[in-house]
Design a binder for this molecule. Sequence first.
Ligand SMILES: [Zn+2]
Length: 345
Amino acid sequence: MTDEKVVAYIKKCLDAGRMAEAIDTSKVTGAPLSKEELNGYIRKYLENGWMQKAIDGAKAAGIELSKDVLSGYVNKYLENEKIYSAVDASRIIGMPLPKEKIAIIGKECLRKGKITSALEAYKIIKEKPPEEELIICGNICFKNGLLSDGLEAYKLANKTPPEDELVICGNMCFNIGQITPGLDAYKLANKTPVKEILRICGEACLLEKRTDDARKAFVAAQKVEEMNSSKTIQVREISLEELKNSKIDISSKGQKVCSDCGNRTDIKERYFEVSRCPETKEDEEELDKLMKIQHGIENFYVELDVLGNGRGLINSSICGNCASKDVVLISGDDMVYIEIKAGKK
Ligand SMILES: [Zn+2]
């Protein structure tokens, strides 16, 4: 081996925690390996939580590691929530772990949304995490966009995650380009995300070159858009012919009369198909606006759901004699017309 290769090999052994092998190699080849360097590696092993490797290395290097130093590291692992390292190290040096301390750490982990570490801690002390702490943990996980961790916390608490928290989680997921958990969170909340946030998610995925996820996000955005457009109200004027063809019998609706001049014979009627019937006040306002802007009509009646598929029939009447818009049915008992806007000016 060349000197260079020997040095590289020794470094490799040291990095992997095989200090005895590194020391032997140095002795055989005469490659330098200082005590300071070995000391530095032992500290590094301890920082990493490699207690056994540190003890073995120190023995091979002839460096003394006091029990105080070692137990100090066990406490350090606990403080840094390295539960596994703490348990392992405590076993190696025969130092029992303080139960109260682990309970506190478990609770702190829950408060930080670190469900896995928290469960490790509670497992060691053979206790169940408190329900209310689990819910706090779950909500923190949701806020961080960690859906499965949040769901696990709620499951352990035997509670169903609230819709609002799921939506918060979904939005966070979308913001960080996590399309699948984002969609899952919304699905669990029985809600539909807005298309804008889905596009943001798609862009985030593209930035990270995750094209499949990006496609999934953009497809979801497209679907939301289509769903919304089928929801907006559309109005189309239909002729008398078309009305007759769609089996709507206008004659049965009763005869009309102008309230202003009493004219019954010359009533100008227009009919419109409305894509869906107004359900809310906003819908009614939208329909009013559409009728006025598109057709110049301010007074009309809507007959709900008569054209099938939720479509309604709009009827607007004007007196051919005096141009009054106050045209009413002669027979008052024919209540199929539902007035949504006052006829009188
Ligand atoms: Zn009239």
